[in-house]
Design a protein around this ligand. Structure first.
Ligand code: FAD
Length: 422
């Protein structure tokens, strides 16, 4: 690390970011703002995101602002209010989806504009407008990394190479950088099937509103019950409803971790929610006959013991892929990006200190699995006791939402000032 610091202090640091997803782009924008030379290497031929929703709570939006206010502008230009935009606060709501009547079990105050969703592709498009495209290299699928005393050589599948002072792998749940860092034999190099599947689709708000009424259709709701749950929130200026239905899948995933998406049917979802209350059955009936079925993979079974080695480190899903039940994976990646921008700002120092992101992000991986069991009335500590469920969900949600961001930054700055550790 001493050598690394010396070599980098003598010139402008060059950072290679692998992957131009949400985390890679947010990080790259933040590094450029701090006068760091960045190259983003993306395997696809352009910025690509799926046609589904992603939502952020206030803490993630605050981190965006601390990285660069341009990122908040990008998000706000595509974000959709949760309910009436004039309401003074946003609530996250948990409904008994199983019994008829759809009783509101509990709701948590997420603050003013404290929960907003957007269409993933729209967000990526807005972010991409905020980075110089000369810094982005498409059709560059990373194949290997060779670290020398002074830099890292990146080798791509097309046979070309590039150099950087350090490499940050933001290449998602199927990360190549993670495999290169740990070695393919290490079980933590790969994600594993959580035995849950997610059926995802967007439904025109007009249809949803007719079927569900505007109060439900225009606000985030989580419908919970035994063995399954269903989430929805509005998108695209309240013209679309993002619906995700989660079901058990006891068998192994036949397609392996390289292919996590297959085609599912409305019938499968209708069968899962057949004995449930009418709101969930109506939601299932709104789905198209064929829709995407996602196998939920995560890093729960084999968490990484470190996110960094030498001049290479990981951020976002590459480091801590979690099941989506807290809806916080991208938000956690944005926290990583803020930590990296802060550490790299004055001078590149020991990347091993990025382990300080480990405990919180690995807690998210574990809690995402556990909170799913709480929603589905099978977590040993809560079962069907709704007051205990509320206590657990409140504690876990608040741990995510009220994270001491300034405290993290102060710790990182202190570590940085104390000089190299290896
Ligand atoms: P990715 O978005 O996967 O981006 C990785 C990029 O790297 C891609 O562009 C890929 O093409 C590229 N790449 C991969 N390999 C290579 C290579 N070898 N060389 C070059 N490029 C490469 N999170 C939230 O915060 N809120 C939510 O509401 C939410 N909802 C979710 C709902 C579902 C159903 C799921 C499954 C997840 C949800 N998440 C949510 C989690 C969130 O989607 C992820 O945490 C986030 O998208 C991860 O972003 P990333 O940039 O780390 O990875």
């Amino acid at each position: 690390a001493q050598k690394l610091q010396e070599s980098i202090q003598s010139s402008v640091p060059r950072i290679a970011v692998i992957g131009g997803g949400i985390v890679g782009l947010v990080l790259a924008i933040g590094l450029v703002k701090r006068d760091i030379q960045v190259d983003v290497y993306e395997q696809s031929s352009g910025f690509r995101e799926i046609g589904a929703g992603v939502a952020f709570t206030a803490n993630a939006i605050k981190c965006m602002g601390l990285i660069d206010s341009n990122i908040v502008d990008a998000f706000r230009s595509v974000a959709t209010p949760n309910g009436d935009p004039n309401e003074s606060t946003d609530y996250l709501q948990w409904i008994d989806g199983f019994h008829e009547g759809g009783k509101l079990l509990f709701r948590l105050d997420a603050g003013y504009k404290g929960f907003e969703g957007c269409h993933r592709a729209h967000l990526l498009e807005e972010l991409s407008k905020r980075i110089d495209h000369k810094q982005v290299h498409f059709r560059k699928r990373l194949a290997s990394l060779v670290e020398t005393d002074t830099h890292v050589v990146l080798e791509f599948e097309d046979g070309s190479t590039a150099e950087a002072d350090a490499v940050i792998g933001c290449d998602g749940i199927k990360s190549t950088v993670r495999i290169l860092l740990l070695g393919s034999e290490d079980p933590a190099a790969h994600p594993y099937f959580s035995h849950k599947v997610a059926y995802r689709t967007l439904v025109p708000m007009e249809r949803a509103e007719k079927a569900l009424g505007s109060h439900i259709a225009r606000r985030q709701h989580m419908h919970v019950g035994p063995g399954a749950h269903m989430l929805h929130f509005p998108l695209a200026n309240q013209t679309m409803l993002n619906i995700v239905a989660f079901a058990d899948e006891p068998a192994d995933w036949p397609h392996g971790s390289q292919n996590m998406v297959t085609s599912g049917t409305r019938q499968e979802v209708e069968a899962t929610f057949a004995g449930w209350g009418s709101t969930c059955r109506t939601l299932a009936s709104l789905l198209p006959p064929q829709l995407e079925k996602w196998a939920v993979f995560d890093a729960y079974d084999h968490p990484l013991s470190s996110y960094a080695k030498g001049r290479v480190c990981l951020a976002g899903d590459a480091a801590h892929a979690s099941a989506p039940h807290h809806g916080a994976g991208a938000g956690m990646g944005i926290e990583d990006a803020l930590a990296l921008c802060t550490l790299l700002e004055p001078a590149l120092k020991s990347s091993s200190r990025l382990q300080s992101r480990g405990p919180r992000s690995q807690w998210l991986v574990r809690s995402s699995r556990e909170v799913c069991d709480i929603y589905e009335w099978k977590y040993p500590g809560t079962g069907t006791d709704m007051s205990k469920c509320l206590e657990e969900i409140t504690y876990r949600s608040h741990k995510l939402w009220y994270f001491d961001i300034e405290g993290m930054l102060a710790d990182l700055r202190r570590l940085q000032e104390s000089g190299p550790q290896e």
